[in-house]
Design a protein around this ligand. Structure first.
Ligand code: ARG
Length: 454
């Protein structure tokens, strides 16, 4: 492609070092789409005749079908996906093919391809995220009556509904989908027409080409356009954070599936056995997902580090953006798919969650609130209940077994309505502020999600 200036062929080692076709072949459909639109721009500018533009389009579509069918011979000497496709086209259709690269550089071409590819990937990730949200909502609905302890510091804190706990993740994934949609706005701007770095003396109608490709607009600075990979960083960040969310959910699933918790059943299809210990049923899907989140964070770091200190404009370093991007997209896609399947086969063990939630100490805060409603300042109420808890623990008599006289030794604000506070149903129903886990609130949120995810 640059033989004009060179007297020596590229060293075989340099070719191996610099080739990207072994991974950027994935861009082929988007590269071809971009080239077809560019050819239309060239036709409009009078550089290509309609017949030439049609020959290009036919040739490119044929190449696309061959690649999709696995019948295309990629060549490492041609370095990347762009040159492989262009060179095959030119070999087949002759001079028209050789005109295709007019007013275009691989620098604006690759930036355009990666944007088109990222845009499709974002749309697919949003759909997969919604599918996982649906699976979580369905699992929450199947266990809608299950009460469990909510934890801080992995210590039992206050009672919640299992559904409320799962819906926390539905909220998280909603933010991920929102972040993806937001990132898409900055992805969907067309760099094509920026050339190598300074545009071209041959003027194409960029707005027209952008419309052909479904871009919302065109970039406004040719130097920024060919060197900008912020949109890849944003996408990798969004994926890394979503991976972190999946990892946190994984950790809950792993704990819940242990004999110590026993809060959930996972289906046989989504667990594995041990080659040595016949009794084992391991939550490998959750463990793998927790592990893979490391790769997603690593890919983000790789790209930030790669861009740091790069001078204007395109530098070959930027070819290294693709493997982290493809890896993160493939990893998160599979993680979302397999997690959705696992959650569809996951059910709460309501006896075990109820047994854990029957710990009367979960209602210690409720007792403090009770005293507050009797006029005791909260700090004082907190101390009274603290002493009461110490008494329960040292005497082995939980809250419900104490008499009114016992209570009144700690504060004379206690009356015989204190026993009503200790009923779990009432305790949950009382948590009816916006966002709190009363059964009515949780039912409302389940309805909200069922409708907004439909
Ligand atoms: N394969 C290259 C990349 O992904 C395409 C752009 C090459 N441009 C260049 N001036 N060598 O970055």
């Amino acid at each position: 492609m640059w033989k004009g200036r060179f007297q020596q062929p590229t060293s075989a080692l340099v070719q191996r070092y610099g080739e990207s076709v072994s991974f950027d072949w994935r861009l082929y459909a988007h590269d071809i789409r971009g080239s077809i639109a560019h050819a239309k721009g060239l036709e409009k500018a009078g550089i290509l005749t309609t017949a030439e533009r049609e020959a290009i389009e036919r040739g490119l579509l044929q190449i696309r079908d061959e690649i999709a069918g696995g019948d295309f011979a990629w060549s490492q000497e041609l370095e990347d996906v762009h040159m492989n496709i262009e060179s095959t086209l030119t070999k087949r259709i002759g001079p028209a093919g050789a005109k295709l690269h007019t007013a275009r550089s691989r620098n604006d071409q690759v930036a355009t391809d990666v944007r088109l590819y990222s845009r499709d990937a974002i749309d697919s990730l949003i759909a997969l995220t919604r599918e996982l949200q649906r699976a979580l909502v369905e699992c929450a609905e199947r266990g809608a009556d299950a009460v469990m302890p909510g934890y801080t510091h992995l210590q039992r804190g206050q009672p919640v509904l299992f559904a409320h706990h799962l819906l926390a993740y539905v909220e998280m994934f909603a933010r991920d989908a929102e972040r993806l949609a937001d990132a898409r706005k900055r992805v969907n701007v067309m760099p094509l027409g920026s050339g190598a770095l300074a545009g071209s003396t041959i003027i194409l109608d960029r707005e027209f080409v952008a419309r052909e490709l479904g871009f919302d607009g065109v970039t406004q600075n040719s130097m920024d356009a060919v060197s900008d990979r912020d949109f890849v960083v944003e996408l990798l960040f969004t994926i890394a954070l979503q991976g972190v969310h999946l990892s946190r959910l994984s950790e809950d699933v792993i704990l819940w599936a242990s004999a110590e918790f026993g809060f959930i059943h996972l289906s046989d299809a989504h667990t594995t056995g041990s080659s040595l210990m016949p009794q084992k049923k391991n939550p490998d899907v959750a463990e793998l997902t927790r592990g893979k989140s490391g790769r997603l964070v690593g890919n983000l770091m790789a790209l930030l580090t790669l861009l740091k200190g790069l001078p204007m404009t395109y530098n070959r370093d930027m070819q290294e953006d693709k493997e982290p991007l493809f890896d993160s997209l493939e990893t998160i896609t599979l993680a979302l798919e397999v997690f959705t399947e696992m959650v569809r086969g996951m059910d709460v063990n309501r006896d075990r969650t109820a047994a854990a939630a029957s710990d009367p100490l979960l209602l210690a805060t409720d007792l403090a609130d009770y005293l507050v409603l009797k006029g005791v300042p909260f700090r004082q109420a907190h101390e009274v209940i603290g002493k009461l808890v110490a008494h329960c623990l040292s005497t082995g008599r939980p809250f419900p077994e104490l008499s009114l006289e016992d209570y009144r030794q700690f504060s004379d604000a206690f009356g015989d309505d204190v026993f009503a506070v200790l009923k779990m149903d009432a305790a949950l129903a009382a948590r009816k502020g916006i966002g709190a886990p009363s059964p009515a609130n949780v039912a409302g949120r389940l309805r909200h999600w069922r409708e907004s995810l439909a």
